[in-house]
Design a protein around this ligand. Structure first.
Ligand code: GLP
Length: 249
């Protein structure tokens, strides 16, 4: 089905639009599972969810599932995705740490940890999965070339993703080489997918994801085959979309 595309004024409006839909999910099913992402794009969603919680939205029964986690960082490293989600999501929203789920990066057998997480996410039946998009079209850490039906797996980051994420570390050498990520097949099992992208730097990836060929060359293109995808963009991220498609959406 064609994704529902909204072009909004700025990232704060993008965040509030998506947060309101997530709040509706939670009100409809207070025990639901919500998939969350790291990166800077989803932060406005978490900020607006915090506003809704302040206004009385009750989220104590919700389980929150991360897309991915780095391998090789020390426990408690400030740039591990667990630390980031504790800082940007769990603490501001008073989410109990036990309700935040990520792949376990501290095991001797990351492939087994990936398999365990695949089961955990599948069993949870994610109601809405928030995703950002990498500049090369990656989702989670599913880099170009990843099979479109992949399960949760150990993956190697591309150099371009390490370079993009180097801004969070002292140097690119400190960016991990490996991670565990939900696969594209895992992400696709969420009942609804909420893609948020802001800034012109994402324009090309967004256009390829929505209107390019469905191909592992652009992992996010798999979203074209999902029955319920909402895409929320600012003008910069929408700037490479074909004009007639924007008018029609
Ligand atoms: C990382 C994450 C992705 C995220 C991407 C883009 O690679 N694993 O889930 O979509 O960064 O991040 P940002 O939103 O900061 O551009």
């Amino acid at each position: 089905m064609t994704p529902v595309i909204s072009i909004v004024a700025d990232e704060e409006e993008a965040g509030s639009v998506i947060a309101r839909r997530i709040a509706d999910d939670i009100e409809a099913d207070p025990q639901c599972a919500i998939g969350v992402a790291t990166g800077s794009s989803p932060l406005p969603i978490y900020r607006y969810l915090a506003v809704l919680v302040d206004r009385g939205l009750s989220i104590g029964g919700v389980d929150w599932f991360a897309l991915d986690e780095y391998l090789g960082l020390a426990d408690g490293h400030p740039e591990s995705y667990r630390s980031i989600l504790l800082r940007d999501l769990a603490r501001p929203l008073s989410i109990a740490p036990a309700k935040l789920h990520l792949p376990d990066p501290f095991t001797d057998d990351p492939d087994a940890a990936a398999g365990d997480y695949e089961h955990e996410v599948s069993d949870a039946r994610v109601r809405a999965q928030i995703v950002g998009i990498g500049r090369n079209g990656h989702l989670g850490f599913n880099e170009p070339g990843t099979p479109l039906d992949s399960p949760t797996h150990r993956a190697r980051l591309t150099e371009s993703t390490r370079a993009a994420n180097a801004r969070f570390f002292d140097s690119i050498d400190d960016v991990p080489q490996w991670c565990i990520t939900q696969g594209l097949g895992t992400i696709m099992r969420a009942a609804r997918i909420e893609l948020i992208a802001t800034g012109e730097v994402k324009a090309d990836a967004v256009a390829r994801a929505l209107y390019g060929p469905v191909s592992p060359d652009c992992p996010a293109s798999v979203l074209q085959t999902h029955p319920q995808v909402y895409v929320t963009l600012d003008a910069g991220a929408a700037s490479a979309l074909p004009q007639q498609k924007i008018a029609a959406s």
